[in-house]
Design a protein around this ligand. Structure first.
Ligand SMILES: Nc1nc2c(c(=O)[nH]1)N[C@H]1C(S)=C(S)[C@@H](COP(=O)(O)OP(=O)(O)OC[C@H]3O[C@@H](n4cnc5c(=O)[nH]c(N)nc54)[C@H](O)[C@@H]3O)O[C@H]1N2
Ligand SMILES: Nc1nc2c(c(=O)[nH]1)N[C@H]1C(S)=C(S)[C@@H](COP(=O)(O)OP(=O)(O)OC[C@H]3O[C@@H](n4cnc5c(=O)[nH]c(N)nc54)[C@H](O)[C@@H]3O)O[C@H]1N2
Ligand code: SF4
Ligand SMILES: [Mo]
Length: 885
């Protein structure tokens, strides 16, 4: 009989409840949990495809030392011995942990306890430094604690929702759907999107402000000034619960219309419309994410936003407040346990002696760190210059995701001792590890995560541990034990760790700290297993309720007041004649970070199959770019080659490249190699969205597209991008100089058996060439080459890997690269749930579908997770507009 397990999605910070079903045959199905208060049964495309990411292909299954399998005892002894020896010789600050918002709270808690409490160094930092640290710093400056005041329901209750620096439709899709549904039900609701690009999120916007990169502080300072001069200020709230209003206001500067227009790049009429909307709407929520956080002015952006909410008293009441959207599934949990180098556990402050004393006593810690450790960028600098001699990296892939990624890679290469705990064997980071420790992944591991609205949910295991993989907390606790700290790490279950964490949150709290889940301090395993999603705070003796903070003040600065913070409006322009474009980086709908999991799913890989740069048509023209050309990007730090995606959604002078492609999936698209290690001075968060680069057309002599049953190895083309496909792989490639012998090249790269002979043709003068290799009736490889970007019906070609080619006509069609008239090419995938392509949607519109709903009725597209509805609307509108011309 199939068993059902309730768990939580391991991707974004929405934190959707998932029901996983394991069949008798071991097959896994997933669906949204209708009872989970984050998603009420919905899932997005990534959540829906989770079952496709659970295979053991490429999994790291055994501990390894220098590439050799060892047993756990040997591995753990080695880690403990090397860390202990390094500390004995060079002091506690010569070692470091670099961890992740994808760890469970229990893993994170143990990592932080081991480093800060027992090793005695602050050198534990996390990828949340690249993600949420500006929000954390902004919250702490304004509120005196890292508190997200509101909850998801506020987005539905608001009359105005501002999304700034957030591509909610693609990055928090289920929350976006909740918002879109609320707007459809209450059409008077207004949505404003502030983003230099016209993203899919702007699809539901009443107003899209294509702000100049980093113009946000000026915009919100301008709004603050505007509000201050209007009737919207809540003087009672300001005088009773805040301080610093006048100072912040005067620090905002004069900001006349011309200055504002220049700083924001917006027409003054647009700015005025936005100000007016904010002024006149009581129920307003401002959501923000990486377009705000990842900036040299990230913390100031956060405070400029919060200032406007404090000034109007619109905070912590239904439908009102600033709302920082967390990215990772447990970004929030990591903050609770103090995973950042400048925090202590349980929202305590490492810089306060009294707080350190509390934690020291609670843990019985022999050597509590007395000062903050190094933040991510500085941490890898310290690895590079030899101050850090041993590092343990867990659940993050810094060679891809850190700024100045090539320097990070070089630092790890030179580091005497690198331990990596991961679920995969081959990543850009694991290739530099001396020790690899196999971790449990989603579906196997077990613990809790906290989502963007402070809701703590269980992730529950429903699959057996593969190979010898073990939980991250177990690895840390074992090393702690072997370093001589036995008593403090004698955990036998994640529930014990959670209970201790809950206990610390309530320890000598007395309502002085926002984070308090003391009600769970005595939780035992059975109750932990039954734990229902709940929002914090939940102090001892209280029931679980939906909570908001600060409607009646009660801030966490010693005087109980919030602070208005003076935010500097100006941001230095980094462009120069040599590097004239602003490179912006971020995410696409169906991939997650460095693709170690979504890259396994054919459905998710079909949406966008290669790295690209969005560029405005005029810029493309000036660079001599045609659609699908390749573009070489360069900054003083590194280079990349990606496909041109020419679109008016992009602003002139700006480029956008996704952060996802690693060396595992493309020749040269690790975009963080170009990003300078420049950080916000307050938070230490890198400025990943505003990078000065140059762009030029990459002149290839031949372009290729291939579908292959086997994964290619040792690709040596100037450009290649690999994507998982049903029954194999799809490959885009381009070469500066073509190999003399393509057949030989194919045999080498695709490891083809010697006896298989290709069929195909080569048209010498035109440079077009097709090669197909079969094993019996099965296609092994089809390669299409042309002197220009290859036109082949790609999704159709991929399907050829799954069918029998006994019929010769099918082989000819394959070589021709064209489906027969009876089998039209669906075109690039739009709806990944039902595998519906753009060509099919265009045809449906031609046949009379006028709305997204009509397309859904005809093709099912957009009717499951709904993540593609904005794109479908774009296609429908585009076709209708074209027909009207
Ligand atoms: N599909 C998918 N979803 C994800 C993730 C993923 O990898 N894939 N990752 C998760 C994680 S960890 C995170 S942190 C979140 C991130 O979620 P988001 O922050 O929504 O995603 P990004 O694409 O990084 O950036 C958001 C937008 O900021 C805009 N932006 C750039 N510069 C500026 C600026 O100066 N001002 C303003 N106002 N906007 C600007 C960009 O154009 C971009 O559209 O997504 C989470 N969800
Ligand atoms: N240019 C640019 N750079 C960025 C960003 C950007 O917008 N632009 N965004 C930044 C942000 S917001 C983020 S959050 C980071 C994300 O960047 P990363 O954290 O580096 O990306 P992931 O691919 O999520 O890496 C997670 C790793 O952990 C492994 N893993 C998965 N599950 C487990 C587990 O349970 N245990 C262990 N031990 N390992 C596991 C995965 O295989 C993978 O190798 O990137 C940052 N970098
Ligand atoms: S919105 Fe999608 S990725 Fe995010 S938690 Fe929900 S299902 Fe997972
Ligand atoms: Mo993130």
């Amino acid at each position: 009989m199939a068993t059902e397990v309730k768990t939580t999605c391991p991707y974004c910070g929405v934190g959707c409840g998932v029901i996983a079903t394991v069949g008798d045959d071991g097959g896994v199905g997933v669906k949204g949990d209708p009872d989970h208060p984050a998603n009420f049964g919905r899932l997005c495309s990534k959540g829906s495809a989770l079952a496709e990411t659970l295979d053991l292909d490429g999994r790291l299954l055994y501990p390894e030392i220098d590439g050799e399998r060892v047993d756990w005892d040997e591995a753990l002894d080695r880690v403990a011995e090397r860390f202990s020896r390094t500390i004995a010789e060079h002091g506690p600050d010569s070692v470091a942990f670099y961890v992740s918002g994808q760890l469970l709270t229990e893993d994170y808690y143990v990592a932080n306890k081991l480093m800060k409490g027992f090793i005695g160094s602050g050198n534990i930092d996390t990828n949340s430094r690249l993600c949420m640290s500006s929000s954390v710093a902004g919250h702490r400056r304004a509120f005196g604690a890292d508190t997200v005041p509101g909850c998801y329901e506020d987005l539905e209750l608001a009359d105005l929702v501002i999304l700034t620096g957030s591509n909610l439709a693609w990055c928090h899709p289920v929350l976006y759907q909740r918002l879109a549904a609320a707007k459809a039900a209450r059409p008077q609701m207004r949505v404003v999107v502030i983003d230099p690009r016209r993203t899919m999120t702007a699809d539901i916007a009443d107003l899209h402000l294509a702000i100049r990169p980093d113009g946000d502080v000026a915009l919100f300072n301008g709004l603050f000034k505007h509000l201050a001069a209007s009737a919207a200020v809540d003087h009672d709230y300001v005088s009773a619960h805040t301080s610093g209003f006048a100072e912040a206001l005067s620090a905002a500067g004069t900001l006349d219309e011309a200055t504002l227009a220049e700083a924001t790049g917006l027409a003054i009429s647009e700015v005025a419309a936005f100000f007016r909307l904010f002024e006149t709407t009581e129920r307003v929520v401002t959501c923000y994410s990486q377009g705000v956080n990842q900036s040299v002015a990230g913390t100031d952006k956060v405070n400029a936003i919060i200032n406007c909410h404090l000034a109007t008293g619109r905070i912590g009441r239904p439908g009102m407040g600033p709302f920082s959207l967390t990215g990772q599934p447990n970004a929030m949990g990591g903050r609770e346990v103090g995973g950042l180098a400048n925090m202590l556990a349980a929202h305590l402050d490492i810089e306060k002696a009294a707080h350190r004393d509390q934690v020291r006593r609670f843990w019985g810690a022999p050597a509590l760190a007395s000062k903050p450790g190094l933040k991510a960028v500085d941490m890898f600098r310290a690895v590079a210059d030899g101050r850090i001699k041993a590092i343990w990296i867990m659940a993050t892939n810094p060679v891809v995701s850190m700024p100045d990624a090539d320097a990070v890679e070089a630092a790890l290469k030179a580091c005497p001792f690198v331990v990596v705990s991961d679920v995969l064997k081959e990543t850009d980071t694991t290739r530099h590890a001396h020790m690899l420790l196999p971790s449990l992944g989603w579906g196997e591991k077990d613990g809790t995560v906290t989502n963007s609205e402070r809701r703590i949910s269980r992730q529950r295991g429903f699959l057996p541990p593969p190979g010898e993989a073990r939980a991250d907390w177990w690895q840390l606790a074992e090393v702690g034990h072997r370093m001589g700290f036995s008593g403090a790490f004698a955990y036998t279950s994640s529930s014990e760790i959670f209970a201790e964490h809950a206990g610390l949150s309530g320890f000598e709290n007395f309502g002085r700290r926002d984070f308090d889940i003391g009600a769970h301090a005595e939780i035992d395993r059975p109750r932990y297993d039954e734990l229902q999603p709940f929002q914090w705070p939940q102090p001892r003796g209280t029931e679980s309720v939906t909570t908001r903070f600060f409607a009646d003040g009660g801030f966490y600065h010693p005087d109980g007041r919030a602070r208005f913070v003076a935010a500097a409006s100006g941001v230095a322009d980094r462009l120069s004649a040599a590097f004239p474009f602003t490179l912006n980086t971020g995410r696409v709908r169906d991939h997650w970070h460095t693709m170690t999991r979504t890259g396994k799913s054919p459905r998710l890989s079909a949406h966008i199959g290669e790295p690209f740069v969005e560029i405005h048509p005029r810029d493309a023209m000036e660079l001599g770019l045609s659609p699908a050309d390749l573009v070489a990007l360069e900054s003083p730090y590194g280079t990349a080659i990606v496909r041109a995606l020419i679109t008016e959604r992009q602003a002139r002078g700006n480029l956008f490249v996704p952060m996802h492609w690693s060396d595992q999936f493309a020749a040269k698209a690790r975009i963080d190699a170009l990003v300078p290690p420049i950080t916000d001075p307050v938070s230490g968060q890198p400025a990943s969205k505003n990078v000065a680069v140059s762009a030029r057309r990459f002149a290839a002599s031949a372009y290729g597209f291939a579908v292959s049953a086997a994964k290619p190895r040792g690709l040596d083309c100037a450009y290649w991008a690999l994507a998982k496909a049903k029954s194999g792989w799809r490959l885009e490639l381009a070469v500066g100089r073509a190999p003399e012998d393509w057949v030989g090249w194919c045999r080498r790269i695709f490891d083809l058996p010697g006896e298989v002979e290709p069929i195909g043709y080569a048209d010498g003068p035109s440079g077009h060439r097709r090669l197909a290799f079969f094993d019996g009736d099965l296609l092994l490889l089809a390669l299409y080459l042309a002197p220009e970007p290859v036109a082949v019906a790609r999704n159709w070609a991929v399907e050829q890997l799954s069918i029998s080619h006994g019929d010769l006509r099918l082989r000819f069609a394959l070589v021709a690269g064209r489906p027969g008239a009876d089998k039209p090419d669906p075109g690039a995938t739009v709806c990944s749930c039902f595998n519906v392509g753009v060509t099919q949607i265009v045809a449906a519109v031609r046949n009379g579908c006028r709305t997204v709903e009509a397309v859904g009725q005809t093709l099912n597209a957009g009717t499951n997770c709904g993540s593609c509805r904005a794109e479908i609307r774009g296609i429908v509108d585009g076709c209708l507009a074209a027909a009207a011309e």
